[in-house]
Design a protein around this ligand. Structure first.
Ligand SMILES: [Zn+2]
Ligand SMILES: [Zn+2]
Length: 374
């Protein structure tokens, strides 16, 4: 284990200013971004430990008496600020050089595989299609690996070259002026955007991007029972990835158009049906429209306005339960007759007379009377 004073190249009586100054000099010399020697990073970490220990009066006193093992015994952390990764570096550099001097954030490596983006597409369908399910062909635009360059972004017969600006490191040094003097800062290379490679002959088809927008027709299988807001995921039909990353998915979001005759509420369908006074009073069997076409609906005698008559199993199938299905509900609307013929008038008049003298009033006739009198 080397001596902290030796590491920094200072003597035992060095002041804090001298420690700072020595650290600054050595840190620049051994910074792993600058110094490519295999032991540079290790040296750099040692510098961090030495600097941290000697700048702290308590730690320095313990170290002076008992050495590095003594620090451990006294409960001081002996891992330096650089051992945990380079995150601690910014703090220590800022403490010496002032804010603004630090390290660029390299967490996003531009050469690392990057997954493609998911895409979202809204699709309108008819109510019938939602009820019975449908196979649709849809046109989509997504990014695919450029077939001209195979994703390299370089023209056929050429290769991306080592970036002339950064020499392939993807990083450049910038000079920063601080009150303590000028220092060099490491930043992402603006020419290659950190890739370290540069296309002097970019692929003409993708303009060096490596991906191109392509229109495709794909099949979507819409199951029975979907509703507005239902989503269908199509794996790998989103944008292709970069640097070998996985492609994204295509999410189809369904929107069920309003039907001209039927309203939907959950798995039930609703429509209204007009009947006459005699049909309501005496009952009848009529033909009604359903999603399955014309069906017979029985009107029981004594049916009132707004009564709901139901045809079971003619609603919307439960999504994922092929045998379960909602109902079709018919809301009864009794039509008051207008433009009565003289014969009809006579009959209604007769009906009216009978009901006037009738003691226990019939609910339906009462209603009819009200309507007729108003
Ligand atoms: Zn290309
Ligand atoms: Zn570069």
């Amino acid at each position: 284990m080397s001596d902290f004073y030796e590491i920094l190249g200072i003597d035992k009586n060095a002041t804090k200013e001298e420690i700072k100054s020595a650290f600054r000099k050595k840190a620049r010399q051994y910074h792993p971004d600058v110094n490519k020697a295999p032991d540079a990073e290790e040296k750099f970490k040692e510098l961090g430990r030495a600097y941290e220990t000697l700048m702290d009066d308590n730690k320095r006193a313990t170290y002076d008496r008992y050495g590095e093992d003594g620090l451990k015994d006294a409960g001081f952390s002996t891992t330096g600020p650089f051992d945990a990764g380079f995150g601690g570096l910014n703090e220590i550099f800022e403490s010496i050089f002032g804010s603004g001097f630090g390290f660029s954030n390299y967490s996003q490596d531009p050469n690392a595989p990057q997954d493609g983006e998911d895409l979202r597409l809204n699709l309108q369908i008819e109510l019938e299609e939602a009820v019975f399910g449908v196979k649709k062909e849809i046109k989509i635009k997504h990014m695919e690996v450029c077939d001209e360059c195979g994703g390299t972004g370089a023209q056929k017969g050429t290769q991306p070259e080592t970036c002339p600006t950064c020499g392939g490191t993807g990083r450049v040094q910038q000079v920063i002026d601080t009150p303590l003097g000028s220092f060099r800062q490491i930043a992402t290379c603006p020419k290659c955007m950190g890739k370290g490679k540069y296309n002097s002959h970019p692929c003409t088809k993708c303009k060096g991007e490596g991906r191109i927008e392509v229109q495709r027709t794909i099949k979507v299988n819409i199951p029975k029972g979907v509703d507005t807001g239902s989503r269908i995921g199509l794996a790998s039909e989103g944008n292709c990835g970069k640097n070998g990353g996985k492609p994204g998915d295509l999410i189809v979001v369904l929107y069920v158009k309003e039907h001209k005759e039927f309203k939907r509420n959950g798995f039930d369908l609703f429509s209204s049906v007009d009947i006459s006074f005699p049909q309501a009073a005496l009952g009848d069997t009529i033909e009604v429209n359903t999603i399955e076409g014309k069906q017979k609906l029985v009107i029981p005698s004594g049916t009132s306005n707004d009564d709901v008559l139901q045809l079971k199993g003619l609603g919307v199938p439960y999504l994922g339960h092929q045998n379960k299905r909602g109902n079709h509900n018919f809301v009864v609307k009794i039509k008051t007759p207008k433009d009565l013929s003289s014969e009809e008038k006579q009959l209604y008049q007769k009906l009216f007379e009978i009901n006037r003298n009738k003691k226990p009033s019939n609910k339906f006739i009462d209603k009819m009377k009200n309507v007729l009198h108003n």
